[in-house]
Ligand binder design. Structure first.
Ligand SMILES: Cc1cc2nc3c(=O)[nH]c(=O)nc-3n(C[C@H](O)[C@H](O)[C@H](O)COP(=O)(O)OP(=O)(O)OC[C@H]3O[C@@H](n4cnc5c(N)ncnc54)[C@H](O)[C@@H]3O)c2cc1C
Length: 453
């Protein structure tokens, strides 16, 4: 018997796990180590639970099933070893937790990793001297050069049969004790919460209409110009190859797809970097900037009380929905690491706690990009002005007013005017925590001092 371990691939369509032949036991593990770090009403757990149940129904309709566990992965595989499986097959992540987890499982049972989550395998794109790329444009050129039919290949179901196993209950393992529980989210102590994730079919229906304008429109925060596919890509309810085949179809119809494809390669690039440079999860790629551990400033940011409207709007949206537009993420992260001079690792953790599409590689490398400490040649002293960003990308302040009701009745030109905000008492809304011009000067001085020492 072979164990098919579903993780970031919660679908039956084009899933290489299902091409495994012979007697199989598909499983999903609600990882007790991860769950214990989350809020009991984390909306992502409800989404994952629903996706797992949908996957289970689909597998059942194919004559298979899904055994669901709530335990530490090590305990699951120690338990399952009594059935003498010949291997565990899985695809997945490159972050340190995942790498360590898989290493521990491979000490219990033979473990086979299959590539599914990204377009390219991490060893596929290397410089002529065999070292990894660290500049995106060079990585992208190489990616386009080697992109071939195999990267679009659809995986079909192999000849496989369900191992006899009672899949009706939730298998809760704790300190080697087994408890068979009802298969409901409450069994692992979580509350069911509502969430808004648009169904995949509707998003794919809309995508062709967005693609032609994507390159220009994607930065405008009130235009619904991006795909909203990140959550589906994160949990594998949409496979990357299916999305690529969809793009090829659009391209054949004369639709512009390059700018969108480039972002998908960005997603690959960030996972690739984490794979080749695991230390990036904690450490800067370049420059010894640590940031200043100022709890008061940090609280102001997390409570959406920086007094900078675009930043606070972003944080409020994030806390309320788990979502945030890419441009707003960039503005928030720049403000956090430059104007507030806080350590990027703190911001990364805050986003990790709330982002619905949280993905270690994309989040960590994006924070490093924003703080100027990552692989990008972007100079560290380039600092976003959040007021100019708002003027350009939220010119009617529609986004800001949606999230900051205290500013609803103010004129757009006042909302984007730092002097006005610094001098005016606005009921219920704080004055800016820092003055942008002064804060950016201080940041530049701090960076210069760090470079000297
Ligand atoms: C500080 C910061 C933190 C971020 N954290 C995450 C994260 O945890 N998870 C995550 O998926 N993305 C993250 N991003 C990247 C980006 O903001 C989201 O992927 C995007 O907003 C998702 O919306 P969408 O699906 O409509 O994107 P679209 O614009 O429609 O893009 C299509 C897909 O391409 C990928 N993509 C797009 N932009 C990027 C990018 N800059 N980097 C990597 N992949 C990209 C995503 O998978 C996305 O779904 C972060 C960006 C910043 C600046």
């Amino acid at each position: 018997m072979k164990i098919l371990w579903f993780r970031r691939d919660l679908r039956v369509e084009d899933n290489p796990l299902l091409s495994v032949e012979g007697v199989v036991l598909p499983i999903f593990v609600f990882d007790a180590d991860i769950l214990q770090t989350l809020d009991l009403s984390d909306r992502r757990v409800s989404f994952i639970f629903d996706s797992v149940m949908k996957l289970k129904r689909k597998l059942k309709s194919m004559g298979l099933d899904l055994a669901v566990f709530f335990a530490k992965p090590k305990e699951v595989f120690s338990y399952l070893s009594q059935f003498s499986p010949t291997e565990v097959v899985a695809s997945g992540d490159y972050d340190s937790y995942a790498v360590q987890r898989d290493m521990e499982v491979s000490q219990i049972l033979p473990f086979r990793y299959i590539y599914d989550t990204y377009i390219f395998e991490p060893e596929e794109i290397l410089k002529s001297d065999g070292t990894p790329y660290v500049v995106f444009s060079a990585f992208y050129n190489k990616a386009k050069e080697i992109f071939a039919a195999k990267h679009l290949q659809e995986h079909h179901r192999g000849e496989n049969y369900m191992f006899q196993f009672n899949c009706d209950k939730l298998y809760h393992l704790s300190e080697s004790n087994l408890f068979l529980m009802q298969l409901v989210i409450e069994s692992f102590g979580f509350r069911r919460v509502s969430y808004e994730i648009e169904p995949l079919d509707a998003l794919l229906d809309e995508l062709p209409k967005k693609l032609n304008g994507y390159e220009h429109d994607r930065d405008f925060v009130s235009l619904d110009a991006t795909s909203h596919l990140s959550v589906h890509l994160r949990f594998g309810t949409l496979g990357i190859r299916e999305l690529l085949r969809f793009l090829i179809m659009c391209m054949k119809e004369g639709i512009e797809t390059e700018a969108f494809f480039r972002q998908l390669v960005f997603r690959d690039f960030y996972a690739y970097l984490l794979y080749h440079f695991p230390y990036l999860e904690w450490e800067n790629f370049r420059y010894p900037f640590k940031g200043i551990e100022d709890e008061k400033r940090y609280r102001g940011f997390c409570e959406a009380r920086t007094g900078v409207p675009l930043v606070d709007a972003g944080v409020r949206e994030l806390i309320a929905t788990g979502k945030m537009h890419n441009r707003v993420r960039m503005v928030c992260a720049s403000f956090f690491t430059k104007d507030l001079l806080l350590p990027w690792q703190w911001g990364e953790k805050f986003f990790a706690k709330h982002l619905f599409d949280y993905d270690a590689a994309s989040n960590i490398l994006s924070w490093q990009w924003s703080s100027g400490t990552g692989v990008d040649p972007q100079p560290y002293f380039r600092i976003f002005n959040p007021y100019l960003q708002a003027k350009k990308f939220d010119s009617d302040a529609l986004y800001i007013k949606r999230w900051i009701k205290e500013l609803e009745n103010f004129d757009v030109k006042d909302i984007n005017n730092e002097d006005f905000l610094l001098q005016t008492n606005i009921k219920g809304y704080p004055r800016p925590l820092v003055e942008h011009k002064k804060a950016s000067m201080e940041a530049k001085n701090y960076f210069d001092e760090c470079l000297k020492s």
